[in-house]
Design a protein around this ligand. Structure first.
Ligand code: BGC
Length: 434
């Protein structure tokens, strides 16, 4: 009973600050604990709140139609405590494209390795049905002038090989530096999917650069990848030895370290902020306080995010971290991608934020970004927020491999879901609605 009063008092306190900053009201699930006893898991709510009413956060793969990109609002508003946490894909994609273009311009005297006047690049595509991957492909093509409009936006289809410039999904671009015009050509691009169906597959990218370099290696002046996992695989397999600048995305530790050895650059998607937000929206709902607590509004421990690191889109029920380019000039500031973000690194007091049990899956346990950056960050934050998390690692191929391990949702107070395919939110919400 005492605990309940504390929770409700917090709710009132934070509810008031929420009204003051104009954001949404508190949650339905946190303040409704009427059970006198805690379950063996250390949670107090799981016996009384229906699974369908428990806090739910989607992260990294936004519920959406994988062909059109349209958001799946049914999944994003499954209940009052449902959110998505990701990053601003378009802002990041633009940064990625600009980073590559700036590099080419700054190194124009040496970049055209065979001196044919054509700056050739190859592109590793992660998952043709993933919004982040689509945005990055478009961002690169836009900045380099190789994009072709299709249905109102830049075509993001892979082209296979295009050494002669005849592909229709891209065009030759041009860059003018010091009064001289250079042609820019996407020589090849391919979705890096392995035979078992896993996307963003680093090994497939390593093989692809082997194939590409053996048939037209002297034409490849730049290697671009939708992420660092694939980028580093290509760098290690070929471009490092051949001194060909290679660009990725994610700012994983190994990629940032490789900048000292010629990796061209990467983009930090502020995973430290995303991992915090992923758990914080659950924590707030479980505490029955306003969702903005410890996010835009400082909590009692002093945790708060400034608006230069994230945006919240209320209509989309989505938090998006902002991206930063990591290049030779600033990479020293990004050498540990698993470090918690200092402004939100204060521990929450257990008496007012009692331990809760969370089910969380990583769709592909061998994804470089998720396993080497995102999950370690989640594990650093879960203690600070008193969340007892079961981490489930998927095979990256089938949803059932993960949903099979959500057999008893009643055991948990909240859920954090990373889907294999962005279309498949209903496979999870169906289990919570039963
Ligand atoms: C990351 C990729 C990762 C993918 C998984 C993206 O945001 O940049 O590295 O493979 O998420 O869904």
């Amino acid at each position: 009973m005492k605990k309940r009063i504390v929770v409700l008092t917090m709710a009132v306190l934070f509810g008031l600050s929420a009204v003051a900053c104009g954001s949404e009201g508190g949650s339905s699930s946190g303040g409704t604990d009427t059970s006198a006893e805690s379950s063996s898991s250390g949670s107090s709510d799981s016996g009384t709140v229906a699974n369908k009413d428990k806090p739910l956060v989607w992260f990294n793969r936004q519920p959406s139609n994988s062909s059109t990109g349209e958001l799946d609002m049914a999944a994003l508003s499954f209940n009052d405590d449902t959110y998505y946490v990701g990053f601003d894909a378009n802002q990041g994609a633009e940064l990625q494209g600009t980073m590559v273009k700036d590099y080419i311009e700054a190194n124009i005297d040496t970049i055209d390795r065979n001196g044919d006047g054509v700056i050739g690049y190859v592109l590793a595509i992660g998952d043709i049905g993933h919004n982040d991957s689509i945005a990055r492909t478009r961002g690169v093509r836009k900045a380099l002038g190789t994009g072709v409009e299709k249905d109102g936006s830049i075509d993001s289809e892979p082209i296979g090989t295009n050494t002669d410039g005849s592909a229709s999904a891209v065009q030759d671009g041009s860059i003018e530096v010091n009064g001289k015009t250079y042609t820019v050509r996407e020589l090849a691009s391919q979705e890096m999917k392995n035979s078992a169906g896993a996307t963003w597959d680093a090994a497939t990218a390593g093989n692809a650069i082997g194939t590409w370099s053996s048939s037209f290696g002297d034409q490849i002046d730049v290697v671009v990848s939708n992420n660092d996992g694939m980028g580093m695989s290509m760098f290690n397999a070929w471009s490092k030895d051949n001194e060909v600048p290679t660009f990725g995305y994610d700012a994983n530790n190994d990629a940032v370290a490789a900048i000292a050895e010629g990796y061209g650059g990467t983009i930090s998607q502020h995973a430290d902020v995303q991992a915090y937000l992923t758990l914080r929206v659950l924590r707030n709902a479980l505490d029955g306080v306003d969702v903005d607590t410890g996010i835009g509004t400082a909590d009692e421990a002093g945790n708060v995010l400034s608006d230069d690191v994230y945006v919240y889109n209320e209509e989309e029920r989505s938090y998006y971290a902002l991206n930063v380019a990591v290049i030779a000039e600033n990479y020293q500031d990004f050498t540990d991608s698993t470090k918690v973000y200092e402004p939100v690194s204060n521990e929450l007091d257990e008496s007012s934020h009692p331990t809760k049990k969370v089910w969380l899956d990583i769709y592909n346990a061998s994804d470089n970004f998720l396993s080497s950056t995102y999950q370690p960050l989640l594990q650093n934050y879960d203690d600070l927020m008193n969340l007892d998390i079961d981490y489930i690692g998927g095979d990256g191929q089938t949803e059932s491999n993960i949903t099979n391990r959500l057999g008893n949702p009643g055991q948990y107070d909240a859920f954090a879901i990373n889907m294999v395919k962005t279309d498949n939110a209903a496979s999870y919400t169906a289990l919570l609605s039963q």
